[in-house]
Design a binder for this molecule. Structure first.
Ligand SMILES: C[S@@+](CC[C@H](N)C(=O)[O-])C[C@H]1O[C@@H](n2cnc3c(N)ncnc32)[C@H](O)[C@@H]1O
Length: 219
């Protein structure tokens, strides 16, 4: 159990998940994201981790200009959209198949037709069909609030391992809800150098940067 549907009347503090849309200002663009919790659940709402990651990207400390980027578990696609608006050369925005239509509609609403060719919306269920994605073929891997289902930790790690070369930089924005969520970080640290690079106190979101450990080549 991690993110479960709830009754908005019982938990009014979480009622923003029931808004039909959100407006943001990122990368000098008006970004309007539709939400539909009732129909599509967790994949169709904007989570705080996505907002914090976009704010971090906008600070300019991550060079996105001209980069080949992939977003995992994109949900509404906010992070991938902002990465494209910030100048990434190619952004592959991914999620499970049931989330794709809603995700694609948000992408089309926010990316101009002349920039759409630089954005792909594709199915990527962690650990499955990875051969469809070039091994080590991405310069930046992004993920917001994707560390929450313990059962998926091995396949999420396998996916990140597949997508990264030793020069790929991974940025994960996480809310640590349960102690077990840190198990994923421990798993990641076996293969990646992991650094906490940002903490948003108001929203309780951490951003971690990870780079694959260099394979030792003994002479
Ligand atoms: C909490 S939501 C976060 C959505 C979005 N990144 C955000 O922060 O607004 C988790 C996302 O991970 C996706 N997800 C969960 N399990 C997955 C899996 N096994 N493979 C691919 N995506 C998965 C869900 O569909 C959902 O979009």
């Amino acid at each position: 159990m991690a993110l479960v549907p709830y009754n908005g009347n019982v938990l009014p503090a979480l009622s923003k998940l029931h808004n039909s849309s959100f407006e943001f200002r990122f990368a000098d663009h008006h970004v309007r994201i539709s939400q539909d919790w009732n129909k599509f659940g967790v994949a169709a709402v904007v989570w705080d981790a996505a907002v914090v990651l976009c704010m971090y990207l906008e600070l300019g400390q991550v060079e996105l200009q001209g980069k080949v980027v992939i977003e995992l578990g994109a949900g509404t696609g906010l992070v991938g959209i902002v990465a494209a608006l910030l100048g990434a050369k190619k952004v592959t925005i991914t999620d499970r198949e049931p989330a794709l239509n809603f995700l694609e509609a948000n992408v089309k609403r926010n990316i101009s037709p002349d920039q759409l060719a630089a954005v792909d919306v594709l199915e990527l269920t962690w650990g499955q069909g990875l051969q469809r994605y070039p091994a080590g073929g991405f310069e930046i891997v992004l993920g917001a609030d994707i560390v929450y289902l313990e059962d998926t930790f091995p396949s999420l790690l396998q996916t990140i391992m597949h997508l990264c070369s030793e020069s790929t930089v991974v940025f994960l924005a996480c809310r640590i809800r349960y102690e077990r969520d840190t198990n994923f970080l421990s798993m990641l640290k076996k293969h990646f150098m992991v650094e906490e690079i940002h903490y948003d106190k108001d929203r309780d979101i951490y951003i971690y940067k990870a780079v694959k450990l260099t394979t030792r080549r003994d002479l």
